[in-house]
Design a protein around this ligand. Structure first.
Ligand SMILES: Cc1cc2nc3c(=O)[nH]c(=O)nc-3n(C[C@H](O)[C@H](O)[C@H](O)COP(=O)(O)OP(=O)(O)OC[C@H]3O[C@@H](n4cnc5c(N)ncnc54)[C@H](O)[C@@H]3O)c2cc1C
Length: 384
């Protein structure tokens, strides 16, 4: 008899954990469980729809789904459809890869106003997550504030700034794409509490802001009169120095040279949010996660373990290390009896039916896919 491991969460951390387990024990039985009928977590629902190169990582994950002892069990939320106790009892080990996508609060007055959106809610909408089908009303949005100095802030600003032509090869949800293209946006402020030497942007993403058709990045040169502390480890120091160099390039840009002004405002903290300042505010200041049980046979991984930091490749190293711990823990344990504990809902074949339908619909418009965005359609197509 072989060991059975449940991986709860079919995002990158979950798939890399499956990969790590199979490298150590090719016979192990793995169920990758997700509350959605679609796998890949934030690669599908978070990564920007115009960054298809980043999303291509799913091809590696797809290969794992084709392994005979790996099952995808979608549309099964642990804590709702089954309890965590049931899962822990049924499997020899449980890997928790549920991520972290509760928008963190700024904690300032005005945050509850309807024009204030958390980045997860905003990005999930334009990426077609079935729980976030309604987006902000952009019909009269001229001034936007994007709060935060990480890559998610750049994603949000870029997606609002790009023209319909620039988004034509993306898999943005069409309604979101049309709403953004029609919005009368004039100004997008990317607001950071601290100086540019603290920003966590990465160079490629920052440089991309200088290549947008209808938006010009602007920054006050005085804000760039900073040095990166020599105490920083070398890769961080180089990244930050590169950012400052790119921003210095932006500081020579002329306001008004393109329809949208994309202003980087550093050392600026919003003390209160007023509708009169901005028509739309998107906060990109990090995420919290839901609780999960601790226990001897429970192994958290990915964002659920480390918090909401790190890119997709960061999860690979982390998940492989956790997989080693799981294998070491299982080594001297007798496998539990071979009962099948899962009410199988959307399996790999069901997901592939969704995938095929989305790709076919997208092909008609020259797009990578047209996502199904409502639960009923997703489940109907999955059931074939
Ligand atoms: C907006 C945004 C953009 C990003 N862009 C990039 C980028 O361009 N490049 C890059 O390298 N990284 C990017 N990242 C970071 C990257 O997405 C994360 O490093 C990675 O997704 C974390 O993986 P994870 O598996 O821990 O979590 P997730 O990807 O969040 O996966 C968690 C999965 O668990 C499922 N789940 C949650 N709770 C339950 C439950 N109770 N029962 C069953 N299933 C459950 C969820 O549905 C989800 O599928 C971005 C992140 C965000 C938020």
């Amino acid at each position: 008899m072989t060991h059975r491991v449940a991986i709860v969460g079919a995002g990158p951390a979950g798939f890399y954990a499956a990969d790590g387990l199979l490298r150590g024990d090719p016979d192990i039985h793995i169920d990758i469980i997700d509350r959605l009928p679609t796998p890949f977590g934030l690669v599908r629902a978070g990564v920007a729809p115009d960054h298809q190169g980043t999303k291509a990582i799913v091809r590696q994950f797809e290969r794992l789904l084709l392994q005979p002892d790996v099952r995808f069990c979608g549309n099964l939320e642990i804590g709702r459809d089954m309890t965590w106790d049931e899962i822990v009892l049924a499997y020899d080990a449980v890997i928790v890869a549920t991520g972290m996508v509760i928008d963190r609060k700024l904690g300032v007055p005005g945050e509850e106003l309807p024009h204030v959106w958390g980045s997860w809610r905003f990005v999930a909408w334009l990426n077609g997550h079935p729980d976030f089908r309604d987006g902000p009303d952009l019909g009269a949005v001229k001034r936007v504030a994007v709060i935060g100095n990480g890559n998610v802030a750049l994603d949000v600003a870029r997606l609002l700034a790009k023209s319909a032509e620039e988004m034509a090869k993306s898999d943005i949800v069409p309604e979101a794409g049309a709403a953004i293209a029609a919005a009368p946006i004039e100004r997008i402020d990317i607001i950071g509490r601290r100086g540019p030497e603290h920003a966590s942007f990465t160079g490629n993403e920052l440089a991309e802001m200088g290549r947008l058709a209808r938006a010009v990045p602007l920054v006050d040169a005085k804000a760039l009169d900073v040095t990166v502390p020599a105490s920083e480890p070398t890769p961080e120091r180089l990244r930050k120095a590169k950012n400052i160099e790119i921003l210095r390039g932006f500081s020579a840009n002329k306001a008004g040279s393109k329809p949208i002004a994309l202003r980087f405002l550093f050392n600026t903290a919003l003390k209160t949010i007023k509708k009169s300042d901005y028509d739309l505010v998107v906060t990109c200041i990090g995420y919290d996660g839901a609780d999960f049980p601790k226990g001897e046979s429970v192994f958290p991984v990915g964002w659920a373990r480390r918090g909401p930091t790190g890119t997709i490749p960061t999860n690979r190293t982390d998940s492989h290390a956790v997989a080693q711990q799981v294998l070491a823990w299982l080594k001297d344990r007798t496998p539990k009896s071979g009962i099948d504990p899962l009410p199988l809902t959307t399996d790999t074949a069901g997901w592939h039916r969704i995938d095929k339908a989305e790709i076919a619909a997208g092909a008609k418009q020259g797009r990578p896919r047209l996502k199904l965005t409502d639960w009923a359609s997703l489940l109907k197509v999955a059931e074939g």
